[in-house]
Write a protein of this length. Structure first.
Lengths: 368, 246
């Protein structure tokens, strides 16, 4: 234990003494949060539509047909009650719920106006805006075609209702992504570099000849980065809540626990990288290639996974950050409990165990 | 009779078809300075790694400090010190922090570490450098410090892997004075080197060629045996027979 503590102390000294590392550690989260404030627009395809159509008349059928004919929309699902519609939405079977008012056509013909309710997921503001845009476009086109013989204008009024994110603040979208990215980068990149550095300078050799167990070396390397990542987590959360105004709707304890699990996954990946490369430069490149880009592109932080080609959607499954981002969205923004993220937590847990086991085995094998 | 601290019997290490170390057998006694010579690729490093418990022998046996290197590598590690040709201290730690770290790794108590640190710095005349970052020390000083750290926990044997590479002759001389001092204290010194003048300083020398030990005796007897005046010539004579390249 004393061996272990001396080692952890040494690691802290390395980090605290290296100004560049410190700058990256604590400057990066702030810079990133500001940078990603400029959200990226994306195109959404294969929108799954759920329709609640109590009037079921000529006008509604035509509108639905118009929507179906549009390439942006994929499947259409018919529901019969509001509860059913909500359920389809919550179970993630539909991206958009369209509710026609009763006597749609009659209202349209007699009063000239009729209304439609659009129910969209507001956690992803980009997608949300785009969805609403598509539907209103189609409705406008329909209106123009349906100009009555007496040239009186008809009007369909869409009522948009966003769940979870009524103000469409895009901070809601990128904060979970940035959290995933920063934690992944800091933990994995820093750990891998710090282990590989010892290999490069030759101190690893000396450590291996000493009676300290290889496993201790590995864990002692992880401890400081775990602590620093927790500090970073606090910084990001404080910035998000007090500067960007992202709500903390769910249980803070649950969020922190999930984050720690994710940090563990990231640390194990860092360890894994350190066992397969021999130089710091290689460690940096590998971390950059296999971590940064996929995390940015495939975790759903910028581009919606639903609108990606199927192949990429599958690829995104192996990105730990994807699952973490889902968890953060659910817990932090939607305020859901443990049951809602159980699936994701189990996946992260399995990832942590797999990476840890593989890398400890590789680390030991290299010694032979 | 002197106590034997390192003993190997037909120690062999194979990597696939390549036999890096081929049935080497030798003994080293307590307090001896044992020079382990050989051209690059002769198998020195592999042999040394096996003795340090870092690499498992393919066949043959070896004991270091009384412990079997295959069965009790942990006990072997507890009783040896090690210093490599690559610099083995942390550049971004202060002198005392490096000493403390190794003291801690070898399980010494705070009090022991404090006392011995004072003594070590005094012996090396390093008292003013206690708080200096290791990276700002001259190379020769670093190597002396690294050696002192390697024997800080008073190991039975210290393994030195080309400890004086790139060091100037004066500092090398001083470095060898430290080695003699350690040997006087009863610490066995197992050293590899490419400097043949250093080979002359050793009590006994072994010369490895292509994984075998081709010669093993005191420098004086080896020189007589080959009828030459210096270890340099002995080494050339043997190294020429090598079939393996680098």
């Amino acid at each position: 234990m004393k061996q272990f503590l001396s080692f952890v102390q040494k690691e802290f000294r390395h980090i605290l003494r290296d100004k560049r590392t410190m700058l990256i550690l604590f400057g990066m989260p702030i810079v990133m949060i500001i940078l990603f404030g400029f959200a990226v627009t994306t195109e959404v395809q294969n929108i799954r539509l759920a329709v609640l159509d109590p009037s079921n008349d000529q006008a509604t059928t035509e509108i639905i047909r118009e929507l179906q004919a549009n390439t942006y929309f994929g499947s259409v699902m018919y529901v019969h009650t509001t509860e059913e519609a909500n359920k389809a939405f919550l179970k993630n079977k539909a991206d958009l719920v369209l509710t026609f008012e009763e006597n749609f056509q009659e209202n349209l013909l007699h009063t000239g106006t009729a209304s439609i309710q659009l129910l969209v997921d507001g956690t992803d503001p980009n997608m949300c805006k785009i969805l609403v845009g598509y539907v209103t476009n189609i409705l406008t086109t329909y209106q123009q075609k349906r100009v009555t013989p007496d040239k009186a204008m008809i009007q369909i009024i869409p009522h948009v209702k966003m769940l979870y994110n009524p103000q469409t603040k895009s901070a809601y979208n990128f904060v979970p992504g940035v959290m995933g990215l920063i934690l992944m980068l800091i933990c994995a990149m820093m750990t891998s570099i710090s282990i590989v550095r010892e290999k490069e300078t030759g101190t690893m050799e000396v450590l291996l000849v000493s009676p300290i167990k290889p496993l201790y070396i590995v864990f002692a390397k992880m401890v400081p980065y775990f602590v620093l990542s927790c500090i970073n987590l606090t910084t990001i959360l404080l910035l998000s809540v007090y500067v960007l105004g992202v709500p903390m709707s769910g249980n803070l304890g649950l969020l922190v626990a999930i984050s720690m699990l994710f940090i563990l996954v990231a640390l194990s990946i860092g360890l894994f990288i350190s066992t397969i490369v021999d130089t710091q430069v290689a460690a940096m490149l590998v971390s950059g290639m296999i971590l940064m880009l996929p995390v940015i592109l495939l975790s759903g932080m910028i581009y919606t996974i639903e609108s990606m080609p199927v192949l990429l959607q599958y690829a995104s499954h192996i990105i730990p950050a994807k699952w973490y981002v889902i968890c953060v969205k659910k817990v932090m923004i939607e305020g859901l409990g443990f049951r809602a993220v159980f699936h994701e937590v189990v996946i992260l847990f399995i990832m942590a165990i797999v990476f840890l086991t593989i890398s400890i085995k590789l680390f030991k094998d290299r010694l032979q | 009779m002197d106590k034997i601290v390192i003993e190997t019997d037909l120690l062999t290490k194979r990597f696939g078809n390549f036999t890096a170390v081929d049935k080497i057998s030798f003994q080293v006694t307590k307090g001896e300075i044992f020079g382990f010579l050989g051209a690059n690729g002769a198998g020195k490093t592999t042999a040394m790694r096996m003795l340090c418990g870092l690499s498992i022998p393919t066949s043959g046996t070896g004991t270091v400090a009384g412990y079997d290197i295959t069965k009790q590598p942990e006990m072997v590690k507890r009783n040896i010190g090690y210093m490599s040709q690559k610099f083995s201290l942390y550049e971004d730690l202060k002198v005392w922090e490096n000493i403390r770290l190794y003291g801690g790794i070898y399980g010494l108590s705070e009090k022991e570490i404090a006392e011995k640190t004072d003594r070590l710095l005094h012996t090396l005349n390093f008292e003013n450098e206690r708080n200096t970052m290791v990276k700002s020390l001259p190379l020769g000083w670093k190597q002396k410090l690294a050696f002192s750290v390697a024997i800080f926990h008073e190991p039975k044997i210290v393994f030195l892997d080309e400890p004086t590479g790139g060091v100037d002759p004066v500092t090398r001389r001083q470095f060898w004075e430290l080695i003699y001092k350690a040997s006087d204290m009863g610490i066995t010194v197992f050293v590899t080197t490419h400097y043949m003048d250093e080979a002359e300083y050793c009590h006994r020398v072994s010369i490895m060629v292509d994984g075998h030990i081709e010669a093993l005796d005191t420098p004086k007897i080896l020189k007589q045996q080959y009828g030459v005046k210096s270890m340099q010539e002995v080494f050339y004579h043997l190294a020429q027979t090598a079939k393996r390249g680098d």
